[in-house]
Structures are given as structure tokens and as C-alpha cells.
Design a protein around this ligand. Structure first.
Ligand SMILES: Nc1ncnc2c1ncn2[C@@H]1O[C@H](COP(=O)(O)OP(=O)(O)O)[C@@H](O)[C@H]1O
Ligand SMILES: [Mg+2]
Length: 244
């Protein structure tokens, strides 16, 4: 089966600093993968390259078997992205913003209205659609960003720190939603939270200093590192690379 996403020897240098160092992995439909790593590990840089927002220094990215360099627009149509901090237009109302984004994604007329209703419901933002984005709490802004990322029901969804800024109830809601959508999509979430990786993901890719330190299910990683908990494995793998 062709992987929905394949990353081969991906590297990103900022000047002489290597933020992502020779990363390779592939992902299939039905997988929810957590890119887990401490702050500065290279998670956002990796996601920004997969979405075509940042050009890699070297390496290749394939979306549904197609190289994103040869077919950038088609690849972007297959990917939904919630970027870190969810840059939104602060002076627009939620309704106007999502309507604009839906038009950019090719929706119009009745079909657009129907799709908007569905994402309002999915992200539980029906009560704030007439509010200006700048007046919303961080949690609601995050949910608007989330609604934007699923507008065109993309087969691949990249969520950069999706629960950042949410209260525990909102976190549970977003985690449930990710779980439900994960059956039919390939979902990559980045997180520095061990608990989140454990509860949401079917597979964990542990990243530190731009490199993959471990890749597998939670039990694979515990076995590989002879650890009793993910916290223990995380500490072993992140200190190993600091000592190297
Ligand atoms: N545009 C940039 N210019 C220079 N350094 C950058 C830039 N973007 C990210 N970095 C550096 O790359 C490293 C990885 O950053 P990032 O991908 O944001 O990590 P994470 O998302 O895992 O916290 C960090 O050390 C960060 O300071
Ligand atoms: Mg980040």
C-alpha cells in the first residue's frame, strides 16, 4: 500500500544550525502519530516542510505517492494544517474568516454553508461564530484554527501542538475528535507532552535535536529502551543525545 505520507532524508539548516537532521519515516491511513520532543527539537520545522511552508535544505517528501516538489498544489490540497499558535486574522469574525478560508479551499454557495455548519459543530464553536477572533480566549482561537484545518476534509492532517492553551475539558474534546477522525485519515500531531502522546497516538516518533531517537508503538519504545514508562524512555533518549 502506498503510504499517505513519506519523508526521506529530510534536513533543514538555518545557517550552520541543523534544526532537522536526516529524518525519514512513512505514515499510513488510520495512523495517529505523535511527534514527541522537547521544545526546540525540530517538530514545527519538520511540519512546516511537510506542508510546503518551508523549503527543505535536502531530502524528499511524498504525499499520496507524489513528490511535493513536482506537484505542490495537489499536495497542499491533501493536507490540513494547524500551525503553531494558529495565525488567524484577528479583526475578522470567526464566520467571515472560516467562510473566506472555505472559499480558498474551493467551496461556494450551499455546499460552503453546509460544510461550515459541519466544522462549527465538529470544533464546538457554534456559540462564537459572530465574535471577532481577537476577542476570543486562546482556547477558542485554537479551536477556530482547528476548524480551518479540517475544512476540506483532508486525508492528511498535521496539527502542531493542537491542545496548547486549552483547558482540560477542551483538551478532552479535541483529543476525542482527533481519535474519531484518525480512523479515516493520517494524523500527525506534535507535542512536548508525554501524556498526550500516550493517550492520543497509535505510534510515537520521538525527536530530539532534529533527529529521530525512537519510532514505534508505546510498547515498542518501552521495549527498545528497557523502560517502564514513556517518561523514563524520554529521559534516557534525550540525555543520551545530549551526552553524545
Ligand atoms: N527561522 C528560523 N531561523 C533560525 N532558527 C530557527 C528558525 N526556526 C526554528 N529555528 C530553530 O530550530 C530549532 C527547532 O525549532 P522548532 O522546529 O520550532 O522546534 P519545536 O517545534 O520542536 O519546539 C530551534 O532551535 C529553533 O530555535
Ligand atoms: Mg514547535
Amino acid at each position: 500500500m502506498t503510504p499517505s505520507l513519506e519523508v526521506k532524508n529530510l534536513t533543514k539548516c538555518f545557517g550552520c544550525f541543523m534544526a532537522v537532521n536526516n529524518i525519514s519515516f512513512s505514515a499510513h491511513t488510520g495512523e495517529i502519530i505523535a511527534l514527541l520532543g522537547p521544545n526546540g527539537a525540530g517538530k514545527s520545522t519538520l511540519m512546516n516542510m511537510i506542508t510546503g511552508y518551508l523549503a527543505p535544505t535536502c531530502g524528499e517528501i511524498y504525499v499520496l505517492g507524489q513528490n511535493i516538489k513536482t506537484n505542490p498544489l495537489a499536495s497542499k490540497q491533501k493536507i490540513g494544517f494547524l500551525s503553531e499558535g494558529a495565525p488567524l486574522y484577528p479583526d475578522m469574525s470567526v464566520r467571515a474568516f472560516l467562510s473566506y478560508m472555505a472559499e480558498l479551499r474551493g467551496f461556494a454557495g450551499h455546499q460552503k454553508q453546509e460544510r461550515l455548519k459541519e466544522v462549527y459543530q465538529a470544533a464546538k464553536i457554534e456559540s462564537i461564530i459572530n465574535q471577532k477572533i481577537e476577542t476570543l480566549s486562546k482556547g477558542y482561537q485554537r479551536r477556530v484554527g482547528f476548524a480551518q484545518s479540517i475544512l476540506n476534509d483532508p486525508p492528511i492532517l498535521l496539527l502542531d501542538e493542537p491542545t496548547d492553551g486549552l483547558d482540560p475539558n477542551q483538551k478532552t474534546h479535541i483529543c476525542d475528535l482527533i481519535h474519531r477522525m484518525g480512523k479515516h485519515k493520517t494524523i500527525l500531531i506534535s507535542t512536548h507532552l508525554l501524556e498526550e502522546a500516550e493517550t492520543i497516538a497509535s505510534r510515537i516518533i520521538l525527536i530530539n535535536r532534529g533527529e529521530i531517537m525512537a519510532d514505534g508503538t508505546l510498547s515498542d519504545i518501552l521495549k527498545q529502551t528497557r523502560s517502564r514508562s514513556l517518561e523514563n524512555a524520554f529521559k534516557k533518549l534525550t540525555t543520551q543525545s545530549e551526552e553524545a
